[in-house]
Write a protein of this length. Structure first.
Length: 117
């Protein structure tokens, strides 16, 4: 059973920074991709950043140069460092784990990020 718990969401002013964390249960953490998605009110959920088991990363164009995704396989935790935040970064941020062998996807409950102008 996969269980993901996000934390770190908050209200922050434009230009500020936040660090999100996603703690995963189980011993399969290393055999998976980790990703952060976000969903703004009235919009579809979108991929923000992804990190593979080997550390390769990819980012949405809108966050390149401002956000950094990382993972600590020893702690079964993924992070999203968000700098130079903008009001358009506001939304619920969800952690996603994609297991390689089963192809299954698992989601956390989400954490709210609000950026005021």
């Amino acid at each position: 059973q996969v269980h993901l718990v996000e934390s770190g969401g908050d209200l922050v002013q434009s230009g500020g920074s936040l660090r999100l964390s996603c703690a995963a249960s189980g011993s399969f953490f290393s055999a998976s991709d980790m990703a952060w998605y976000r969903q703004a009110p009235g919009k579809e959920r979108e991929l923000v950043a992804r990190i593979a088991e080997d550390g390769n990363t990819n980012y949405a164009d809108s966050v390149k140069g401002r956000f950094t995704i990382s993972r600590d396989n020893g702690r079964n935790t993924a992070y999203l460092q968000m700098n130079s935040l903008k009001p358009e970064d506001t939304g619920v941020y969800y952690c996603n784990l994609h297991r390689y062998f089963s192809g299954s996807d698992h989601w956390g409950q989400g954490t709210q990020v609000t950026v005021s102008s």
